[in-house]
Structure formats: structure tokens, C-alpha cells
Design a protein around this ligand. Structure first.
Ligand code: PEP
Ligand code: MN
Length: 342
């Protein structure tokens, strides 16, 4: 439930509504806005009797949020959430952002090489996994904290922001120390203990859609993070499982457009994990921007055939350059420039 106050409501009016909400056994979250304050009610999993609150001084309107995910919904917050990173990149605003880098941090030398490629391409966010959730326990598991330190060096050298995955609360603490965005991977989308944990770290979190998750489950997973006190959440569509094995997953392009209507959170598209094929990455990236994604995440590697993971879907540096030009043209046509390093 959301209690919208009148323009002229006094601080006492707001305090009284908060007290009334607490008396009902729920938590009040005042959200001051430019025009007026709204007070969110959290803690209820069904409709709240609003008869008392409706009659309090300064109350303009009581809105019952119909979506099961409340704080994530556009009903709760109409204006889009914009997340600003340390290098000035804003995610969820008018600009379209590009995150690029290798699947995994493999060595300092290789990461520095790829960070240069990413910066020169015009992308502003460097990706690279230091903790890798691999399907097989015998596959490369990532460099851990060493990898995070290398990412931080690359960030400092090129002015990029850094996103990297956390796979459990301990790695989330480490990622929170070194990176700008904590990525929660598809395999951990419903790891609720991890979601609650990253909700308390005060760092932006990018939540990838689980490979078999419905849009509702995905948004409810995001709700866990917001409910733990962190509103800086970015959603990422990365393809879902289907009966057809022609591509690694199936890019749910509708989910990108639909999420925009359902939630105020920014949405990123990942055509690399969605398709698993280098030749499909650029077309699906272009489509994702056209359909309204706030940004793209792609994998790139100077020598993809030598990559320790996801080489077949990693772009050659020149392909990244070309893609950036195309994305810039598509986003400009929509009145959204690509984010650049300033
Ligand atoms: C990744 O980004 O490298 C990754 C493992 O992605 P996903 O969780 O989408 O599979
Ligand atoms: Mn990968």
C-alpha cells in the first residue's frame, strides 16, 4: 500500500501517518518527492484495511499496489530509478550504457589488455568474473580476490566502472569492497540468503534473470534486495531455457520491454549468455537497445579461442568497436545517446 500525501501536508501529518501504519503492525517508508511525499507500507502480504489512514489529515490518496512485488513496481514508484557509478556513468537514465569485458579475469596482463579495448571502444563499464559459478566443478572457478584486485587496477588505469559476480555472502563482501556493481548470476537468482545479504551492502546490484525464472519470480527476487534496504538494483535479461538447443538460451526480448512497464528499475540485456554464439551477439544487442534496454552487457576477449570460459560467445575487439557504432546510431534514433567516459 502507498499513502500519497497532499502537496501541503506538514511533517506532523506525515509522522502521524507513519505512526498509524506502525500501529497496524507494518513498516512505514516515507519517500519525499518533488511534488509531494508518498509513504510506502511494507510488511503486509495482503490488502491492508485503509479506513483509518484514509481519513488522516494531509492524506490525498491511498493506492493498493496490485503487483506481488511492491517496492520494485511502477505503481510504487512511477519515475525510473537512475543509478550513478563512481566514474559518472548513470544507469537507467536517458543514456544507454555498455558493459564489456571477458567472461572471467584470467590474468593481470590479459585483463589490462582487454580493459584497454573496452575503454577505447567507448564502453564505460568493465565486466569480468573473479568468482565463476561453473556447471562443472572441474572448470576454471575464477581467480577470487586476486581477480578483484586486478579489476580494481584496470578501473583505476582506464576510468572504467567495474561489475563482477558474487556467488555467496563472503564473495559479495569482497566484491562490494573492490567493484562498483555486484552481479548476481542467473544460477543464484533465487538464492534468497544471498539476495538479503547484498541488500545490506549499500552497493548497486545487478540481478540476472534465472534461466528458468518467470518475470514475476525475477521481480520478486529483486524485491528481496529492495526490502533489505537497497534500492540500487539493476535487472538483466540473459536468456531463458527453451526446448530448442539451437542457441544456448532464448533471448526474451519481450521481457526487456515488459519489465520497463512493470518496474522502475533499470534493465540491461546480455545477448552473449542468451545466445552463446558470437555471430548472434551483435544482432541481439541491437534489437535489445531498439526494444528499450537501458544498456547491454557483452563479453569480449583479445583471443577468444584462448578464453578459459565463454570464448565462443566473446566478441573480437574489432567486433566490439563496430557494435558500439551501431548501438550509438540505434540509441540516438530513440533520443538516447550512448554513455561515454567524461
Ligand atoms: C556471466 O555473466 O559470466 C554469467 C555467468 O552469466 P549468467 O549468470 O547469466 O549465466
Ligand atoms: Mn560468461
Amino acid at each position: 500500500m502507498l499513502v500519497v500525501m497532499t502537496h501541503g501536508a506538514s511533517p506532523e501529518n506525515i509522522a502521524d501517518v507513519c505512526t498509524a501504519i506502525a500501529q497496524l503492525g507494518f513498516e512505514a517508508r516515507p519517500m519525499p518527492g518533488e511534488q509531494r511525499t508518498a509513504i510506502g507500507v511494507v510488511g503486509n502480504d495482503r490488502r491492508v484495511d485503509d479506513s483509518h489512514i484514509r481519513g488522516l489529515p494531509g492524506v490525498s490518496q491511498v493506492i493498493h499496489v496490485s503487483a506481488p512485488y511492491k517496492q520494485v513496481s511502477r505503481e510504487w514508484k512511477a519515475e525510473s530509478t537512475v543509478i550513478e557509478l563512481s566514474n559518472g556513468t548513470r544507469i537507467g537514465g536517458n543514456e544507454v550504457v555498455v558493459m564489456a569485458g571477458p567472461c572471467a579475469v584470467e590474468s593481470e596482463e590479459k585483463l589490462m589488455e582487454v580493459a584497454k579495448v573496452v575503454a577505447e571502444s567507448g564502453a564505460t563499464i568493465l565486466r569480468g568474473g573473479a568468482y565463476k559459478p561453473r556447471t562443472s566443478p572441474y572448470s576454471f572457478q575464477g581467480m577470487g580476490v586476486e581477480g578483484l584486485k586486478i579489476l580494481a587496477k584496470a578501473r583505476d588505469a582506464y576510468g572504467l566502472a567495474v561489475i563482477t559476480e558474487a556467488i555467496d555472502p563472503a564473495s559479495a563482501d569482497a566484491v562490494g569492497e573492490y567493484a562498483d556493481i555486484i552481479q548476481i548470476g542467473a544460477r543464484n537468482m533465487q538464492n534468497f540468503a544471498l539476495l538479503k545479504h547484498v541488500g545490506q551492502l549499500g552497493k548497486p546490484v545487478m540481478l540476472k534473470r534465472g534461466m528458468s525464472a518467470t518475470i514475476k519470480e525475477w521481480l520478486l527476487a529483486a524485491e528481496y534486495i529492495l526490502n533489505a534496504g537497497n534500492e540500487q538494483v539493476i535487472l538483466c535479461e540473459r536468456g531463458i531455457r527453451s526446448f530448442d538447443s539451437a542457441t544456448r538460451n532464448v533471448m526474451d526480448i519481450t521481457a526487456v520491454a515488459l519489465a520497463r512497464t512493470l518496474t522502475h528499475l533499470p534493465i540491461i540485456a546480455d545477448p552473449a549468455h542468451a545466445t552463446g554464439r558470437r555471430d548472434m551477439v551483435a544482432p541481439v544487442a541491437r534489437a535489445s537497445v531498439a526494444v528499450g534496454a537501458d544498456g547491454i552487457m557483452v563479453e569480449t576477449h583479445p583471443r577468444p579461442n584462448e578464453a578459459l570460459s565463454d570464448g565462443p560467445q566473446s566478441l573480437y575487439p574489432e567486433q566490439l568497436q563496430t557494435l558500439m557504432v551501431q548501438l550509438s546510431q540505434i540509441s540516438s534514433a530513440l533520443g538516447r545517446p550512448l554513455a561515454t567516459l567524461t
